[in-house]
Design a protein around this ligand. Structure first.
Ligand SMILES: Nc1ncnc2c1ncn2[C@@H]1O[C@H](COP(=O)(O)OP(=O)(O)O)[C@@H](O)[C@H]1O
Ligand SMILES: [Mg+2]
Length: 369
């Protein structure tokens, strides 16, 4: 347990000082400490090559950590073979057996575990009901759509009531609509069944939609572990700010620091007040992060009390149905985005001079990129 933290439920999974190298030189997972509580939906989010799959494979038992220990329900499992770990798995490429029927595919983990025929039949029927595919029990995988095959893979991972289910980019092969539908289905299943899920994706919106907590990976290091809203509102560094959600960057130099805030002189001209989140101190370079929906356009220099204000030039506007974006040149950033109400973009002309304002608390001073 971390000091000072309130624990809601005991950790089901604990990564403790985990390191992994494949070639004996380069660490692809560096000092991972992560607790996953029973019933939690935790997502490992990060770009390709950041160590997400390696982490999942070590938990599943298909890779051995180079250093550290993994605990499952307080038992060290580094030397426990995969089939003894009571973990269900779902991968991107379904991995269904093509020659078996859907019912036989779902029954497979039960037959491996020696479940009686009667009980297996009952459980497969329940699993088919769960994925709403009772009518397709006798078909073969080749006769199903991608989404249906992924549902079967899900049922197969859940049918033996594992204490833990691991999913590695399970929706990566599906088109956008189906992916979003399956995201909600998996989330509902998780809530209904109370299982613990460790989910891997490189898609930040998928992670935000589904997770209780997200561990953001980059280069084998967890940059931040937090709830989705905390990651969005309080990123601890530029990598997290850029990886989660839309983000405008302004580069500058810290002039003064006053408790939680600092004054920053912008490289492209002007001075703003920002939250001092991750800066080295006065004189240091910084990258400011401002979300597009936290910026307001004003026709003249007027702005709210204490708000930052910078001159801007309209580049163009983008209509997106439920909202619109203004693309501006602000302090040398020629793609500074401001989110607008739908319709509000009609009055902006390319080349027009205008001002942007944003509150100091919505402007984060982070490590320079
Ligand atoms: N079996 C392996 N042998 C050697 N290197 C590997 C192996 N699996 C992954 N890697 C390397 O480890 C790093 C992390 O990979 P991976 O865990 O698959 O990342 P992610 O799932 O985040 O894309 C990458 O540089 C990858 O090339
Ligand atoms: Mg991967």
């Amino acid at each position: 347990m971390e000091a000072g933290m309130v624990t809601l439920a005991p950790a089901l999974v604990r990564f403790s000082g985990i390191q992994k190298t494949y070639d004996g030189e380069h660490l692809v997972v560096k000092n991972l400490d992560l607790d996953i509580r029973k019933g939690e939906f935790v997502t490992l989010l990060g770009p390709s090559g950041s160590g997400k799959t390696t982490t999942l494979m070590m938990l599943a038992g298909f890779e051995v950590p180079t250093h550290g220990e993994i605990y499952l329900a307080d038992r060290p499992i580094k030397n426990m073979p995969p089939h003894k770990r009571d973990i269900g798995m779902v991968f991107q490429n379904y991995a269904l057996f093509p020659h078996l029927t859907i019912a036989e595919n779902i029954a497979f983990p039960l037959s491996v575990r020696g479940t009686s025929k009667a009980e297996a039949q009952e459980r497969v029927a329940a699993a088919l009901r769960m994925i709403k595919m009772e009518a397709m029990a006798q078909r073969r995988p080749g006769q199903l759509s991608g989404g249906q095959q992924q549902r079967v893979a899900l049922a197969r991972a859940l049918v033996f009531n594992p204490q833990l289910v691991l999913m590695d980019e399970p929706l990566g092969a599906l088109d956008k609509r189906l992916r979003e539908q399956m995201q909600l289905e998996i989330k509902q299943l998780h809530e209904r069944m109370g299982i613990t899920i460790v989910y891997v994706t490189h898609d930040q919106s998928e992670a935000l939609t589904m997770s209780d907590r997200i561990a953001v990976f980059n280069d084998g290091i967890v940059q931040q572990i937090d709830k989705p809203d905390a990651l969005y509102e309080h990123p601890v560094n530029s990598f997290v700010a850029h990886f989660i959600g839309e983000n405008n960057v302004l580069s500058g130099t810290v002039e003064t620091v006053d408790k939680d805030y600092c004054r920053v002189g912008l490289a492209g001209g002007g001075t703003v007040t920002a939250r001092a989140v991750n800066i080295a101190g006065a004189g240091a370079s910084t990258s400011l992060s401002v979300r597009p929906e936290r910026v307001t356009l004003v026709p003249d220099g007027s702005s709210g009390e204490g708000a930052n204000r910078l001159p801007a030039k309209v580049q163009n506007t983008i209509y997106l149905g439920d909202h619109a974006l203004a693309v501006l040149d602000v302090a040398g950033n020629e793609e500074f985005m401001v989110k607008l109400q739908p319709g509000a973009h009609g009055s902006l002309r390319p080349g027009e001079s205008i001002f942007v304002t944003f509150r100091p608390e919505d402007c984060l001073a982070l490590d320079p990129v």
